[in-house]
Design a protein around this ligand. Structure first.
Ligand code: ATP
Ligand code: MG
Length: 256
């Protein structure tokens, strides 16, 4: 049973205009087995929250706390956060030239466990994982994300999720750009992780369609770096119908 607790989190980033506040007091608690969704307009700070939890050096926590089972996450290096059980599927997964999917997954697993997985079991797990996610076995020998289509990158993120078995996973727009079949396959992967390992999940999304496959227990609305409303899955439906206008001042510029 894991608990990720975020309390009154304030985060800034350095931009050309100087130090810019992005998160302005975020509170959120995610427990094992729970599924949370964060929705909110472009630029409201959703990915910043994900990156801050994962330990991206660009983001400075100016006040507030993040703990995992009472342990101070902000004191942990990025790899320590992963070993503690945190996982981030990035909105824009990065290419790793020269590193094959097979080697990447095995290196990640070894780093997490402190020892290499036994070849026989591991090969079986990877093969089964790829099959479940309808990934062509050829992907095992391709360089990570190099030339992958948008949907292929997202499937590879879920493959990592299933193989690395984190306690709490943050999935930043893992549904974006997926066709209907891929969306189902990816959702099934997340649901398997929930069933098999009691995963706690935070889904960042703009659309309710993924929430039809992965039922959220809680929906949070983020606007201007704060969570301004919380509810159940009915809140997601309302947002899809009504948008965010009710949360924003009338003269708010709409981003491209
Ligand atoms: N590294 C950075 N440098 C400069 N500005 C940044 C940086 N990271 C985030 N920001 C700014 O912080 C704000 C929040 O960005 P963030 O990516 O967290 O939004 P988001 O809610 O994930 O939006 P989207 O729905 O479009 O993905 C934006 O105005 C963005 O320009
Ligand atoms: Mg984002």
């Amino acid at each position: 049973m894991a608990v990720l607790e975020i309390r009154d989190l304030h985060v800034t980033v350095e931009t050309d205009e100087g130090t810019t506040p992005i998160l302005n007091g975020v509170n959120l608690t995610i427990r094992s087995g729970e599924t949370h969704a964060i929705m909110g307009p472009n630029g409201s700070g959703k990915s910043t929250l994900a990156s801050t939890i994962a330990g991206h050096p660009k983001y400075t926590v100016t006040s507030g706390t993040i703990t995992l089972d009472g342990e101070d996450v902000l004191e942990m290096a990025v790899d320590e956060r992963a070993r503690a059980g945190l996982f981030l599927a990035m909105q824009y997964p990065v290419e790793i030239p020269g590193v094959t999917v097979t080697n990447f997954l095995r290196t990640a697993k070894t780093a997490l466990d402190g020892e290499a997985p036994s070849i026989r079991h591991w090969t079986k797990d990877v093969t089964a994982g790829m099959k479940n996610l309808r990934m062509d076995p050829k992907f095992a020998q391709r360089n990570v994300n190099e030339g992958f289509s948008g949907g292929e990158k997202k499937r590879h993120e879920i493959l990592q999720l299933e193989l690395l078995k984190p306690q709490i996973a943050i999935l930043d727009e893992t549904d974006s750009g997926l066709d209907v079949d891929a969306l189902k396959v990816v959702s099934e992967g997340v649901n398997r992780a929930k069933e098999n390992t009691g995963l706690g999940a935070l889904l960042i999304t703009h659309y309710t369609r993924i929430l039809r496959y992965i039922k959220p227990d809680f929906v949070h609305v983020m606007v201007a770096g704060q969570i301004v409303e919380e509810g159940g899955s009915e809140l997601a439906d309302r947002l899809e119908n009504e948008g965010y206008a009710g949360y924003l001042p009338e003269d708010t510029p709409i981003e491209a």
